[in-house]
Design a protein around this ligand. Structure first.
Ligand SMILES: Nc1ncnc2c1ncn2[C@@H]1O[C@H](COP(=O)(O)OP(=O)(O)OP(=O)(O)O)[C@@H](O)[C@H]1O
Ligand SMILES: [Mg+2]
Length: 263
């Protein structure tokens, strides 16, 4: 049975995915999945390996096209044919493999593909000073992260700091409204995990809709407002974190329990 996500409060979702099906040849990765995400909320997506979590958010971020189904942003239907379409619509993602360039500085990473320039005698040159200043400010003001030096290559940073650079690149776009994170703590130690969870909460408090895929139910219970459970390509329930527990979510993940409707 597929859960119907009922409105549990008055705020309209920013993201409404409806009837999303994705087939890769004969493989049904997603089967008629609905997903809502709201501003100022952390939505966790959980499920076993191969349950369709990454595929679902790759469809939201324009990496894959759905075989069937629709995506609405703020009530308007959106067709995202590329990741840049999604970024332009205010939706961006930070993946576990981070996709940041090790041989560049944090500021160069932040502005990769959208470099700031200034004009000297009519010739455009990179405005490194301004990029460095803005990158420092984004890291500090939005993420509460201060690197010892901004003049280092990203490869010399810790896993958590690299993650912060990747997140900073997403959030420094003024129009960002939906931030998706696939396994943000998977490669981090306990301290950096705690810092990343704190950072996710602060982005939520800044009004973003944050969607986090995680295999760690401890992390999920610490940061999320709602939990969307995927099993074998289908959504088997959406539960409010405050109204459920580890055991119930686990039983939904493994298929001994299905929740009809949000509770
Ligand atoms: N590009 C692809 N081509 C073919 N099959 C794919 C592709 N991407 C995903 N799949 C299949 O779709 C299903 C869902 O995969 P997906 O990566 O979304 O799972 P997941 O829930 O993110 O799993 P994990 O927890 O292991 O990351 C799997 O059966 C997978 O093999
Ligand atoms: Mg995945």
């Amino acid at each position: 049975m597929i859960a119907t996500t009922q409105q549990s409060d008055s705020s309209q979702p920013i993201v409404r995915m409806r009837g999303i099906t994705k087939r890769f040849g004969g493989v049904v990765a997603l089967d008629d999945v609905d997903l809502d995400a709201r501003a100022g909320e952390v939505l966790a997506i959980v499920g076993d390996n191969g349950a369709g979590k990454s595929t679902l958010i790759k469809i939201l971020t324009g990496v894959y096209q759905p075989t069937e189904g629709t995506i609405e942003l703020d009530g308007s239907t959106f067709s995202m044919s590329s990741h840049s379409d999604a970024i332009a619509a205010g939706v961006d993602a930070v993946y576990q493999n981070l996709a940041i360039a090790d041989h560049l500085t944090p500021a160069e990473n932040l502005f990769l593909g959208s470099e700031l320039t200034r004009s000297i005698f009519g010739v455009k040159v990179l405005d490194n000073k301004r990029m460095r200043k803005e990158a420092t400010a984004t890291l500090k003001d939005r993420l509460g992260v201060q690197l010892k030096s901004m003049d280092v290559l990203t490869e010399s940073l810790s896993g958590g700091q690299r993650q912060a650079v990747a997140i900073a690149r997403a959030v420094h776009h003024d129009n960002l409204r939906v931030l998706v994170m696939d396994e943000p703590t998977a490669a981090l130690g306990p301290q950096e995990t705690a810092r990343t969870l704190q950072l996710i909460k602060s982005l939520r408090d800044q009004g973003l809709a944050v969607i986090v895929i995680s295999h760690s139910l401890d992390d999920v219970f610490e940061i999320s407002d709602r939990i969307h459970v995927q099993r074998r390509g289908r959504c088997v329930g959406v539960v409010q974190t405050a109204h459920t527990d580890n055991e119930e979510v686990l039983s939904m993940i493994v298929g001994t329990k299905t929740i009809a409707g949000e509770h």
